[in-house]
Design a binder for this molecule. Structure first.
Ligand code: CS2
Length: 472
């Protein structure tokens, strides 16, 4: 429980999950500690009441546990002032969003939450929540609709807009957010389109802190250490990095005092992080899961996996990554390896494997495209794509079912089941254009390399495919 009153609201945040609590809320807590300001956070869960039910009985206060390789430290975070559940009362959310004191609306709603179609580079009108909101905007199921409705109410009442700040692992996440809000407004609030263009701000950000889903064992261990049960506690690694495009309409917390970097453009940092970290995270997740490993630390310790990961960085990923200002890319990947090895972070391969259809394009396929354009074949990444294809087939190497969580899971499984043999299955999955576009399906060299890798996974299994991978 908190000692004094909750901070005055300045931020509304969509997606009150573990990452937000370990990252945004912690940065904001420290910024207010150091520089003051009314930047209390009203967190909004779109559907699930879990975060609200965990946080509100303890006044929004919770423990953030930092798990270093040598031990843990605890910090009490007090920046969350309230938690709302949009599905229970969407009007209450719009009411909070129209409060002139709200200066920033931030989001961690995962890749699939935006309803962005990378192929058309616009709003995906077939996304279930977006389609429902377009048919009946009063239902307000999506963050996009809630934000657009609130911006429209602010426009009509002469209130300045809030800054909309995405903190999800998408390239140009600010631009993506602006695009989906604008496209939604075109259909429902046409007068809002110009207002957003003139007055809105949608800064892009790069966010980074490994935060595995909290388990009951984590909570039980913590209870032993602190003497009470904190169901809202989060567990994270020591490292964190936040790079933010400095474009805010009505101010922001002193996040820089807590270590955030404000820059003119985050593109280079974003590419570095998405391709180097998230790209190899997904690689280790699919290959590691198939090889029978539960965690990233377990996977990276298995024979051949460190060498394969280093090969991906040196030979396939880094050659495509532009140099971000102030970064030493070699030191960056060295540090990543140490982060993956942190024995106290139990980051499950299954968790990272989730939502692959939404993750592959920005994590792996952009890198693949860059190589194909230059006439190279990135065989390591082709093995990773093949591992994803094996994974979404839904059966592991022992014949047991895989619990594939992905908005496209059914379609992917059907495509895989309807085809036979490596050639057929790879072709069927490559024709899912939402993931591969038309260009990758049309590349014979890519298709042949993924097919050969898929066949190797079938014949030898993932452990051998990795340990015998020809490192050039
Ligand atoms: C992970 C990320 O679950 C995943 O897909 O790759 O959540 C990763 O841990 C974070 O982006 C690290 O900042």
């Amino acid at each position: 429980m908190r000692d004094g009153p909750a901070p005055g609201t300045g931020i509304v945040h969509f997606g009150p999950g573990a990452f937000f609590r370990a990252f945004n809320a912690a940065f904001t807590h420290e910024a207010m500690e150091m520089a003051g300001g009314d930047w209390g956070i009203e967190a909004v869960s779109l559907k699930s009441p879990t975060a609200r039910d965990q946080l509100l009985p303890q006044g929004g206060v919770y423990t953030a546990v930092e798990l270093g390789p040598e031990g843990e430290t605890h910090k009490i975070i007090t920046s969350i002032a309230n938690v709302l559940v949009a599905s229970e009362d969407p009007s209450a959310v719009v009411k909070v969003l129209t409060n002139p004191k709200v200066k920033i609306v931030s989001l961690t709603i995962t890749e699939k939450g935006y309803g962005y179609d990378p192929t058309t580079k616009g709003l995906d009108l077939t996304h279930p929540d977006i389609a429902a909101d377009l048919a009946d905007p009063s239902g307000r199921r999506s963050a996009v609709c809630l934000i657009a409705a609130a911006l429209e109410a602010r426009r009509l009442s002469g209130t300045p807009p809030f800054t909309v700040m995405s903190c999800d692992n998408l390239p140009s996440n600010g631009h993506v957010t602006k695009t989906v809000v604008r496209d939604f407004a075109k259909h429902v609030f046409p007068d809002l389109v110009d207002w957003i263009a003139q007055h809105g701000a949608f800064p892009s950000t790069m966010v980074d802190r490994i935060t595995p889903a909290t388990t009951n064992e984590d909570l039980a261990e913590l209870e032993k250490a602190i003497g009470y049960h904190d169901p809202a506690a989060v567990f994270h690694e020591p490292f964190r990095q936040w790079v933010i495009e400095d474009s805010f309409v009505s101010g922001r917390p002193a996040w820089d005092r807590a270590g955030a970097q404000f820059v003119q453009s985050v593109d280079a940092h974003e590419t570095m992080k998405l391709r180097c970290l998230n790209g190899t995270h997904s690689a280790l997740a699919y290959l590691g899961y198939l090889a029978g490993h539960q965690t990233i630390a377990g996977t990276i310790a298995a024979p051949g996996f460190t060498a394969f990961c280093e090969y991906l960085w040196q030979s396939e990923i880094l050659p495509t990554v532009p140099q971000p200002e102030g970064e030493d890319l070699q030191a960056y990947t060295d540090a990543l390896l140490a982060r993956y090895r942190n024995p106290n972070i139990q980051h499950r391969t299954w968790q990272i494997a989730m939502d692959g259809s939404q993750k592959l394009p920005q994590r792996l396929l952009g890198t693949v495209r860059d190589h194909l354009k230059d006439g190279h074949l990135p065989t390591g990444l082709c093995l990773v794509v093949a591992a994803w294809m094996r994974y979404v087939g839904g059966v592991d190497e022992t014949g047991a079912p895989i619990d594939v969580r992905d908005p496209m899971a059914d379609r992917l499984k059907q495509a895989s089941d309807a085809a036979s043999g490596a050639v057929g299955k790879v072709e069927a999955l490559l024709s899912v254009t939402e993931v591969f576009g038309r260009d990758l399906a049309a590349s014979e060299a890519f298709r042949d390399a993924v097919t050969a890798a898929y066949q190797r996974l079938e014949d030898q299994g993932a452990a051998t495919a990795v340990s015998d991978f020809p490192l050039k």
